[in-house]
Design a protein around this ligand. Structure first.
Ligand SMILES: CC(C)(COP(=O)(O)OP(=O)(O)OC[C@H]1O[C@@H](n2cnc3c(N)ncnc32)[C@H](O)[C@@H]1OP(=O)(O)O)[C@@H](O)C(=O)NCCC(=O)NCCS
Length: 207
């Protein structure tokens, strides 16, 4: 029986568990700092906190970190990998990842998402429901491309940035690290590290 431990028992963790279950992981358990108060996450048990996970690491075939916070997810994935945890990635059976794209360890690709040819996605990233990452993009570690966001070809996104739900990024743009792209934003210029970006500013430029 293949056993999977998920660290982070929130809503994102539930989608990770559901995806893992579709992919044939038979025994799925959560670890979270809210244990022992919190004993279940949907149908899956919460069996301990981080300390307990470290003690039990050897008994799992797979381990994945499922915090929504990009910095924490990346940090904990790296820490567990350095302790030789068997970190896995998950691609939902209804997602498309090109055979000529790369996906880092600890990353997840959810239903309806597309990662196109020659794109590179770093470790501990989330390519969420229906999001697209087009050809030749370089998506850094710990990035979250939220549901329905569209990233055009050749875009670079720095470490731990958040590409908000339904946003869209023009081809060839460079987005820095720790950037927050707001829900529905349209990005047509490079974005510096740490910036928060909002709005769709369409205006007439030709008659
Ligand atoms: C951009 C964002 C980070 C700003 O969050 P915040 O700093 O807490 O900002 P607030 O909610 O206090 O809003 C500040 C102002 O910006 C506006 N605003 C916030 N987000 C906006 C957005 N995405 N587009 C346009 N305006 C926005 C608010 O209406 C508010 O305007 P007001 O001052 O006129 O009332 C956040 O709203 C957002 O869009 N996050 C992305 C969420 C997401 O992708 N979730 C997916 C989960 S899987």
């Amino acid at each position: 029986m293949r056993k999977l431990a998920i660290y982070g028992a929130g809503g994102h963790g539930r989608v990770v568990a559901d995806t893992a279950s579709l992919l044939g992981w038979q025994e799925i358990v959560f670890y979270d700092e809210s244990w022992p108060q919190h004993q279940k996450n949907s149908i899956w048990p919460v069996v301990g906190n981080y300390e307990k996970l470290l003690v039990n690491l050897a008994s799992y075939d797979g381990v994945i970190v499922a915090f929504g916070d990009c910095v924490v997810r990346l940090e904990k994935t790296r820490e567990l990998a350095s302790l030789r945890a068997p970190i896995i990635s998950l691609v939902h059976p209804m997602a498309f990842v090109s055979a000529n794209a790369t996906l880092g360890l600890g990353s997840v690709v959810f239903a309806g998402a597309v990662i196109n040819v020659e794109a590179q996605v770093g470790e501990a990233s989330i390519i969420n429901t229906g999001a697209t990452v087009d050809h030749d993009c370089i998506i850094g570690p710990g990035v979250h491309v939220c549901p329905g966001a569209n990233i055009s070809g050749g875009v670079e996104v720095g470490e731990s940035s958040w590409i908000g739900v339904g946003s869209c990024v023009r081809h060839g743009i460079k987005i820095g690290a720790n950037v927050m792209v707001g829900a529905g934003a349209v990005i047509v210029k490079d974005v510096p590290d740490g910036a928060t970006m909002i709005s769709v500013l369409a205006s007439q430029i030709h008659s």
